[in-house]
Write a protein that binds this ligand. Sequence first.
Ligand code: PMP
Length: 285
Amino acid sequence: RIAYVNGRYVPHAQASVHVEDRGYQFADGVYEVCAVKNGRLLDEGPHLDRLDRSLRELRIDPPMARPALRVVLREVMRRNLLRDGLLYFQVTRGVAPRDHAFPAHAASSLVVTARPVDLVKAQARAEEGVRAVTHPDIRWKRCDIKAVALLPNVLAKQAAKEAGGYEAWLVDETGHVTEGSSTNAWIVDTDGNLVTRALDSAILGGITRRMLMQVAQEAGVHIIERPFTVEEAKAAREAFITSATSFVTPVTQIDDAVIGNGRPGSVAMRLRELYIMASEALAQA
Ligand code: PMP
């Protein structure tokens, strides 16, 4: 495996950044994860738009112009012979003597890694459904920025895993689900409407969330953007999660409550298929 680190393509095992990289010391950086299917990047434009926004919000300089970044992403895919998998790319404020304030002259760091994903296994997981375990949302107030500071997400996911779950559903002080530890959260309510929280600084604007809304609209599924409680989710017809890595994955259990009949919901499975078809059709070489 080959990684890209600040201008060089290096063997993955030797890919490293300096100990005074601000990503390492302050989690002062942002990232993106893109799915690759049949050798094509899915939803590349929206992911690069979101990266630009995250960088702007944190006043981190883009490491290079977009056309150059697109070349680097493709070169990492090519050197890894990546057909189906993920690209991870991370930009930090760069290397500088440790000081909380921004350095005057640091160049931002760019790291890109690739990882193959077993699509058969992912499809099997979707067809089986997963368990979500609720956990208090103890994150900061700018969850709309895709920052590498993920400690609360890490702790929530670990707690979910230890409880036999696949994803953690984060719950705010009012009892409403914000999102998953690395996914957006959705339900199909008892009237058949698709419900997901509206975008604000409490959640990440998922690219899969956005694409799925278009697909759902075209399929004639009514969407309501509003917060929902854990109790409502447990009584919902269906529940599911979305992300670049899981596409649409049905949630068949929340804590100890079985959702619907305990099998993946028909709306979720149909939207999963439609999303995969639509994003593949849009993907550019
Ligand atoms: N919320 C959080 C907290 C995430 O980390 C992710 C995954 N990046 C998502 C939602 C889903 O976003 P996307 O569909 O762009 O992968």
